[in-house]
Design a protein around this ligand. Structure first.
Ligand code: 26W
Length: 832
């Protein structure tokens, strides 16, 4: 079924030429905007709501991009070059309007045009609800990568799921997290366009049959039991000022006709409607688990659903008719963003062998050259293992294919290591305990041309600890690509005044060539530049203050060191360590060990969502809120220590929070955070990092220099050693009075109106388990915080370090990450 191609050969020249949009003058823009308002929203300006105005503005910008999108597609198709197919179950895009205006340079025109209409661009922008189609780092990384590829003129299609409900909206009730559904589509979705005519059928369930084909070959046929439709929704991914507009294609599930016709015919109308709901459930909601897969059937359905749609779409619609699939890897490399899309491997095998009649070995050669795998974690519990019972029930043919891939792989292992049966068992894709299951990371490693970690340390640990047998067998398969972030969204857009200062100083080439920030180094000692730099930080803080006041009713005091810890709530990230530091400062004042006036005025801002089923994480959120309540209201502190915890941290808030921060908290236990990307955003915006030697912190510190980074805590070998020796947290409690006093304060009910049980589980966990060794690093952390305060007291020294952080972290542009992937993994070419 060809679905995208033109119905007939176009004859009129205008049939292939994209229409150009008149929006690139102020007058043209106003005409276009009012036209959209009248015809799309059906209102006149005088009667329009802010939402109408926002939607009309978004459509105006979208129309402008559309011409470039069509042109990009035409050029790419004609060139028949290799593209990247980024397969990711999550894309945490953030708001679209600001980025689209930046990429098209329409910001000024829109601003003036709206002013002529008596409207304010900023007000319209704040109307946008961000598509929160991801949990955290992995989803945001995918969004940064597709931005960079478009900006670098590299053909890429991002494939994913159009969840009807994205990451939950976090609220606090009595300090506890309560989740609300994220109804991001409810006020309209101007950035997407559905293509129902290009829908794809996806099969599930049933059984397989053997048969002999006309040529006398033994073949297998999958006889599925049910199916759904995948409807593609296209999103445009504009490159920065280069006219390229790539595609993000998100799939939405719908019931097929076959699905319910039978039931309708049987007269059970209600059952038929229920069946429809069943199908649509597949893309209903993003799983809010970050790093602990629950093994839920619906999640596997989601994974297969989107990769089946995506492979089918690429093969049917992106390749010219008659394309020889033996050469598939000339035209595509599918990047597997963690194990979530790995079911694509047996799916491609199934297409080639069962549908296209390839011999197994030929199909495997093709498949092996079309995938590469990125691992984003080291936590063993985050590595997905699908039970064979579930896989066999939902995707019987795929399970057979996985078994066969595994058999042949193990034969290779046995041939390489004769007699080493233990090794063969270790390396099997099939785990036998606690139940029989498929280790998706192993499957991805065997099938991928390359396997990469996301920071130098992580890639090394991936080789040495997670996949040692595989890296021994295929050392050349393993590589590192350190993560990056897009400077367009996280510097240029989020920090406009800093961007102007940088451009005024070194020109504006840095936006697409971030290493050029190095040219700022000579200005680090320039008092005039320092003043401007400090003034910008102060402005960013004022902007944050107004936002938090309007958004959360939080009032930030003036002149405080702004200490920020924003990321998912997870024990390994150790929000509890930050909290112990706060409690300890408070306790020392309360007990009279220090005077409030000895404290460096400091506001700690937390932002963190907990997975709804993750009890310890939710208890920690509760405790942060209770500590905030107490600390913020106790006059003993004389207002010198404040804790702010705005609910529902998301990309939109990050864009305001990060540019305002003085201190970036990156305090995971060494060896646990694969990379981190928030750490990069903070450094690029001039925050100094207090951090462990973990993930990309290691590389940040190497680049900015030890004098401009507050390192503390055990390094990974020390963690491993302590773990091997036997870690006993209570000994730290017993030997460190400051730590003990802080924990006692919690235990004695200081933050729970005397209730000594409320946080019993948190304290008990720290004292008796503390899997991530917060207590072991406490002393060193507190000492590093003292150094922070010392430095902050010398504003010139602080500002100098801050400028050097900006100047020396250009390496962390996602453009550089993309260059690394292109050179080491994808071997694709930019179009120019
Ligand atoms: C429910 C299963 C599951 C398992 C893992 C869901 C989500 C995950 C992700 C791998 C979690 C994640 O986002 N990892 C983060 O990826 C970032 C981008 O590479 C890194 O910077 C972070 O260190 C890593 O935690």
């Amino acid at each position: 079924m060809r679905t995208y191609g033109p119905a007939s050969t176009p004859t009129h020249p205008l049939a292939t030429a994209p229409v150009s949009s008149p929006a690139h003058s102020v007058d043209g823009f106003v005409r276009e905007f009012l036209h959209e308002l009248n015809t799309n929203q059906g209102v006149t300006l005088s009667l329009s709501s802010v939402n109408d105005q926002y939607l009309a503005l978004a459509s105006t910008v979208k129309n402008y991009l559309m011409a470039r999108w069509l042109e990009t597609n035409r050029k790419t198709r004609d060139a028949k070059v290799k593209a990247v197919g980024y397969l990711s179950a999550e894309y945490l895009l953030g708001r679209q309007l600001g980025n689209a205006l930046l990429a098209t340079d329409l910001g000024e025109i829109a601003h003036k045009g709206l002013e002529l209409c008596g409207l304010d661009l900023a007000t319209l922008r704040s109307q946008e609800v961000e598509p929160g189609l991801g949990n955290g780092g992995l989803g945001r990384l995918a969004a940064c990568f597709i931005d960079s590829l478009a900006t670098m003129d590299v053909p890429c299609i991002g494939y994913g799921i159009r969840y009807e409900y994205g990451i939950f909206r976090q609220t606090f009730v009595d300090g506890r997290q309560v989740e609300q559904p994220d109804t991001w589509l409810s006020l309209g979705s101007p950035w997407e366009f559905p293509h129902p005519e290009a829908s794809v059928q996806v099969d599930f369930g049933g059984h397989t049959e053997k048969y002999t084909d006309d040529d006398g070959r033994e073949r297998t046929r999958w006889v599925p039991a049910w199916n759904v439709l995948g409807v593609p929704y296209n999103y445009m991914v504009p490159g920065y000022l280069n006219g390229r507009v790539n595609t993000l294609r998100l799939w939405s599930a719908q019931a097929t006709k076959a699905f319910d016709l039978g039931i309708f015919n049987a007269g059970d109308y209600a059952q038929a409607v229920r069946a429809q709901t069943f199908a649509e459930n597949i893309s209903k909601v993003l799983y809010p688990e970050d790093s602990t897969p629950q093994g839920k059937e619906l999640r596997l359905q989601q994974q297969y659903f989107f990769v089946a749609c995506s492979l089918r779409d690429f093969i049917n619609n992106e390749l010219e008719e008659g394309f020889d699939l033996h050469n598939l890897s000339d035209r595509i490399i599918f990047q597997l963003n963690d194990t979530h899309p790995v079911i694509a491997v047996p799916e491609l095998m199934r297409i080639l062998v069962d549908e296209q009649g390839f011999e197994w070995d030929e199909a495997w050669e093709v498949t092996k050259s079309c995938f590469a795998y990125t691992c984003h974690t080291l936590l063993p519990e985050a590595l997905e293992v699908w039970s064979t019972e579930l896989l066999g029930r939902l995707l019987p043919r795929h399970l057979e294919i996985i078994f066969q891939i595994n058999d042949e792989f193990l034969a290779e292992v046995r041939a390489t290591y004769p007699g080493d049966e233990i090794r063969a068992r270790r390396m099997s894709m099939i785990a036998e305990h606690p139940e029989r299951g498929v280790r998706m990371a192993y499957l991805a490693t065997v099938a991928g041309t390359k396997v990469n970690g996301v920071a130098a340390l992580h890639s090394q640990l991936l080789r040495d600890k997670v996949l040692p047998d595989f890296s021994q067998l295929w050392p050349e398969k393993f590589t590192n690509v350190t993560n990056g972030v897009t400077p367009r969204r996280f510097v240029k857009m989020a920090n406009p005044h800093l961007s102007d200062l940088i451009s005024d100083t070194i020109g504006n080439g840095w936006v697409t060539d971030l290493e050029r920030l190095r040219e700022l180094e000579p200005y680090a000692d320039d008092p005039e530049f320092q003043d401007k730099f400090r003034e910008i930080k102060a402005w960013n803080k004022r902007r944050l203050t107004s936002l938090l006041e309007a958004r959360d009713g939080i009032v930030l005091p003036d002149g405080h060191l702004l200490d920020v810890m924003v990321k998912r709530l997870h024990e390994y990230k150790r929000q509890s360590l930050k909290l112990l530091h706060i409690i300890s400062l408070y306790e020392q004042v309360v007990s009279g060990k220090i005077a409030a006036s000895d404290l460096t005025p400091r506001t700690v801002v937390f932002g963190a969502k907990a997975a709804p089923g993750y009890k310890m994480a939710k208890d920690t959120i509760h405790l942060i809120n209770k500590v905030a309540e107490k600390v913020n209201n106790d006059p003993v502190l004389e207002g010198r220590l404040k804790v702010a915890f705005p609910a529902n941290y998301n990309v939109t808030l990050a864009e305001k929070l990060i540019p305002a921060a003085d201190l970036s908290e990156q305090i995971s236990l060494a060896g646990m955070e694969a990379s981190g990307t928030g750490n990069m955003k903070f450094a690029l915006n001039g925050a100094l990092t207090i951090g462990t030697d973990d993930g990309a912190n290691v590389e940040i510190r190497e680049l900015v220099g030890d004098k401009h980074f507050f390192l503390f805590g055990m390094d990974e070998p020390a963690v491993a050693e302590l773990g091997a020796k036997g870690y006993n947290p209570i000994t730290y409690y017993e030997s460190q009075p400051q730590l003990r006093a802080a924990l006692d304060m919690v235990m004695n009910g200081a933050f729970s109106d005397g209730d000594q049980d409320m946080f019993g589980s948190v304290v008990h966990n720290l004292l008796h388990q503390d899997r991530f060794m917060a207590l072991a690093d406490f002393e060193s952390y507190v000492a590093a915080q003292a150094k922070v305060e010392e430095k902050y007291a010398d504003q010139a020294a602080w500002t100098r370090s801050s400028i050097l952080n900006v100047a020396r972290t250009g390496f962390f542009s996602s453009d550089r990450s993309m260059r690394d992937y292109i050179q080491r993994i994808w071997h694709t070419q930019p179009m120019i």
